[in-house]
Design a protein around this ligand. Structure first.
Ligand SMILES: [Zn+2]
Ligand SMILES: [Zn+2]
Length: 334
């Protein structure tokens, strides 16, 4: 899970980030990217310098530059909190990662001013009115390269009002984590197996087409196969199959083809290891041809899930239906 933090000054963004770190979230901050840049140029990290350098970087390298720099540091297997999201392009960039949520944190402005004042920070405006005016300037702007807190507020997946004590804030964050974890990005079984099949297909040595099949029983993979010339025969892409190497039109001269199909190889691999395919499901990146269909039926496979249509598969699908083998087509953007 990846949580982006946006919100107003003094709302409690740091408290939320600190708490998430106690929940084993790794911390990244878009502001730290600006601090690193200032340090490289040996300039002090004042509030004004941070804002100005942030704007300058966005103008030079595009409005999503800070998010892109942070993304390069993110490992996909960990949970992260990303602090200081202040521009819509940053939100859009982070949203391209799976399981991203933007959390906006706010509190009544008087409360926030009190919190900020007690920080005894020289950068804090001297009066409440100045604090309000400063905030107005940072809320929105016609310049796409600057801070756009209002637009980030509108893009937030969740808005949290931090108007009570720390215990209440932590409890609200816990509640969010529970809800977001339940809806966490995870592919369904069909997508899971079909994506694995598409990876298996990459290993195909056929120069005409790359196809693969996966045989699954009780949601466990028991066999895989990709298309290509038989074991011990020169690979198709090294000239092993005269038919494929003559670039024959699809569906023609099939009887001259030396390449085994993905489904055929998955069934044969099970035979090689002495595994029964009775009542299993076959996932194929391609609808089966007539020859593979006959093998599927007689191997006792109960269901065929395929992704792309094979040009000549009508009779195959009819045969599968007649034999009582269920078929489903799922379309995935692989
Ligand atoms: Zn081939
Ligand atoms: Zn086939």
């Amino acid at each position: 899970m990846l949580i982006g933090i946006t919100g107003t000054n003094g709302a409690g963004k740091t408290s939320v980030c600190d708490y998430l770190q106690t929940r084993d979230f790794a911390y990244q901050s878009l502001s730290d990217e600006i601090r690193e840049e200032l340090a490289r140029r040996q300039e002090p990290a004042t509030r004004e310098n941070l804002i100005e350098m942030g704007n300058q970087l966005r103008r030079t390298f595009g409005p999503a530059v800070l998010a892109e720099r942070v993304k390069a540091k993110i490992q996909p297997d960990r949970n992260y909190v990303v602090d200081s999201v202040r521009n819509p392009a940053e939100v859009e960039s982070l949203r391209r990662l799976p399981d991203f949520h933007l959390l906006h944190i706010d509190a009544p402005i008087e409360t926030r001013y009190e919190r900020v004042r007690t920080r005894r920070d020289a950068r804090v405006p001297a009066t409440f009115d100045e604090f309000v005016a400063q905030e107005q300037r940072e809320m929105s702007s016609d310049d796409a390269a600057t801070q756009q807190l209002l637009a980030c507020y509108q893009m937030a997946d969740e808005k949290l009002i931090n108007d009570a004590d720390k215990k209440a804030l932590d409890a609200r964050v816990d509640d969010l984590l529970r809800r977001w974890s339940m809806n966490s990005f995870r592919p369904g079984w069909d997508e899971y197996f079909m994506r694995i099949a598409s990876i298996v297909a990459l290993r195909s040595n056929c120069m005409k087409r790359k196809v693969a099949a996966l045989i699954v029983k009780d949601r466990r993979i028991i066999s895989t196969g990709y298309n290509g010339t038989p074991r011990g025969v020169k690979n198709c892409n090294e000239g092993g199959c005269p038919r494929c190497n003559s670039f024959a039109p699809s569906g023609t001269a099939l009887e001259e083809c030396f390449c085994s199909h993905g489904e055929e190889n998955a069934i044969v691999q099970a035979a090689y290891h002495g595994i029964s395919l009775k009542d299993s499901t076959l996932y194929s990146t391609f609808a089966p041809c007539l020859i593979c269909t006959k093998m599927i039926i007689n191997a006792g496979i109960r269901e065929v899930v395929y992704s792309l249509d094979y040009p000549l598969n009508e009779s195959a699908l009819r045969l599968l239906a007649e034999a009582g083998v269920q078929t489903r087509q799922i379309s995935l953007k692989l």
